[in-house]
Design a protein around this ligand. Structure first.
Ligand code: GUN
Length: 274
């Protein structure tokens, strides 16, 4: 059986380090979250982020909006948060009920974009300039480092999700291919990969026979089913083949929260230098 990459334990160690660093800062860093609508999963994820911030000594401000809030009102709020010195990070919880996420994220000051979703941050990352990288991608990279994984990677996801990961992998000398679930060549690309990262939101998409023996398998998918949270990897069959594997829950999810805290500190530093 493949060793399980324990995202919860790794995240706890990172959160402890952040807490120690926050304690010696001249002022308290602050995160503002915008949460639109009543999706129970989004409310749960935001409460986990709130708890993580508060434990680390980072102030947390929740801005709740009804589902039908106009894009204009959300952007006006973001512009106000962009101007506030006590707010170092701004995060819009996704998915949004109906508003255009791209336009709303584009209104965040890139120096405060702690999710790392702003196109300017992706551009800067690509150019090798100081940037806030996607918290999810950073979490995936920490898990890959933890597994000491080498070789070539396959990312099964949208090109948008894959973009920052491809850059971070390349920085470690890892070449990657991106395929989407509907690609007829999916199985071929998956089978070649020493490092497999899957983020499609299709429970059980990847099964044991598709995976290269010994591969490091990172599951970003999290879907609520009648049987609880399910990843994109069929854990039972893949753990017999993989060299290391992340569970769902307890893998990438907690790492994303930990790397959000890392990004808030990075944003705080970048703003003091600006
Ligand atoms: N919804 C699911 N994952 C994420 C994330 O990493 N950031 C935000 N803002 N929303 C999400």
């Amino acid at each position: 059986m493949a060793p399980i990459l324990d995202g919860r334990a790794l995240a706890a160690r990172i959160r402890e380090k952040i807490k120690t660093r926050v304690a010696v800062l001249p002022s308290k860093p602050g995160l503002a979250v915008i949460l639109v609508g009543n999706d129970p999963a989004s409310h749960l994820y935001v409460s986990l982020k709130q708890q993580a911030c508060e434990e680390a000594g980072i102030s947390f401000e929740l801005n709740l909006y009804p589902s039908d809030t106009s894009q204009k009102d959300l952007i006006a709020k973001i512009e106000e948060l962009n101007r506030r010195d006590d707010i170092n990070g701004i995060l819009v919880q996704l998915p949004l009920p109906s508003q255009n996420a791209d336009q709303i994220i584009a209104s965040i000051d890139p120096l405060k974009d702690v999710d790392g979703f702003h196109p300017e941050n992706l551009k800067r990352l690509r150019e090798g300039k100081p940037a806030i990288a996607s918290a999810v991608a950073l979490g995936v990279m920490k898990l890959i480092d933890e597994a000491n994984a080498r070789g070539t990677a396959c990312i099964v996801s949208s090109p948008l999700f894959a973009a920052p990961l491809q850059i971070l992998l390349q920085e470690r000398g890892v070449d990657s291919t991106v395929v989407q679930a509907e690609n007829p060549e999916l199985v071929h690309h998956v089978r070649e990969a020493d490092i497999l990262i899957v983020a499609e939101g299709i429970p059980g998409l990847i099964t044991g026979t598709m995976v290269k023996p010994g591969a490091t398998v990172i599951d970003v998918g999290t879907t609520r089913t009648d049987e609880g949270l399910k990843g994109d990897i069929d854990f039972e069959s893949v753990e017999k083949i993989a060299g290391a594997i992340t569970p769902v829950p307890g893998g990438v999810g907690p790492m994303t929260v930990a790397m959000l805290l890392v990004n808030i500190l990075k944003a705080y530093d970048l703003q003091r230098k600006a």
